[in-house]
Design a protein around this ligand. Structure first.
Ligand code: 5GP
Length: 179
């Protein structure tokens, strides 16, 4: 594993090694497996960032599930007014279903709070959220995050699904901007 990588004009250094990510995922799955015992939820991966995390996490789950994907984008220039657009829609009817949302990272919480409101309007039986990373100091929205892999400082991170201007999603570890 490279200790540092260069993406576009910036240098990044290893922040969370591949092995640590793996043990975080196992621990999350242990807890989630207990909570979903006997259930048949819809696991909803929020693209693009969570595709690798979701793929790894579901392989530790031991309950039956349906796996779905949605993609949201912020309306250009109106983020502060709080609108998001669903650009890849939900294929399933989630009414009456248990929904487990899989996020890569929660920063201000804006995206997730809007996604939660939109998804709840379809009448699921329950909604829970698992996020691999959370930046508690950046959080501006009151949102319940039921399962958090790791809390991190307000650093910009890439790798393991997260990009810097489209590069770096394929990196097996998580990197942060080099000081
Ligand atoms: P929020 O709406 O919570 O402020 O931000 C959520 C989205 O912003 C995440 O799903 C992710 O796509 C992006 N994001 C937030 N922080 C980071 C970061 O440190 N690195 C990268 N690559 N994306 C981030």
């Amino acid at each position: 594993m490279n200790e540092t990588v260069k993406l576009h004009d910036k240098e990044f250094e290893v922040f969370i090694a591949k092995e640590e990510i793996e043990s975080i995922n196992k621990e999350l799955a242990d807890t989630i497996n207990k909570d979903y015992k006997g259930k048949y939820p819809i696991v909803l991966s929020i693209l693009n960032g969570s595709f690798i995390f979701a793929a790894d996490l579901v392989r530790y789950f031991d309950f039956p599930m349906k796996i779905e994907f949605v993609r949201y984008s912020s309306y250009e220039g109106t983020e502060s007014t709080g609108r998001i657009k669903q650009i890849l829609g939900l294929k399933s009817n989630i009414e009456g279903r248990d929904l487990l949302i899989v996020e890569d990272i929660v920063d201000t919480g804006f995206t997730l709070s809007k996604a939660l409101a939109e998804l709840k309007s379809h009448g699921p039986a329950s909604v829970k959220v698992v996020s691999l990373l959370l930046k508690p100091d950046a959080l501006q929205h009151e949102i319940p995050i039921d399962y958090v892999g790791k809390e991190i400082p307000n650093d910009f991170v890439v790798g393991y699904g997260l990009d810097y201007d489209e590069l770096g999603r394929d990196l097996p570890a998580i990197y942060k901007l080099k000081a």
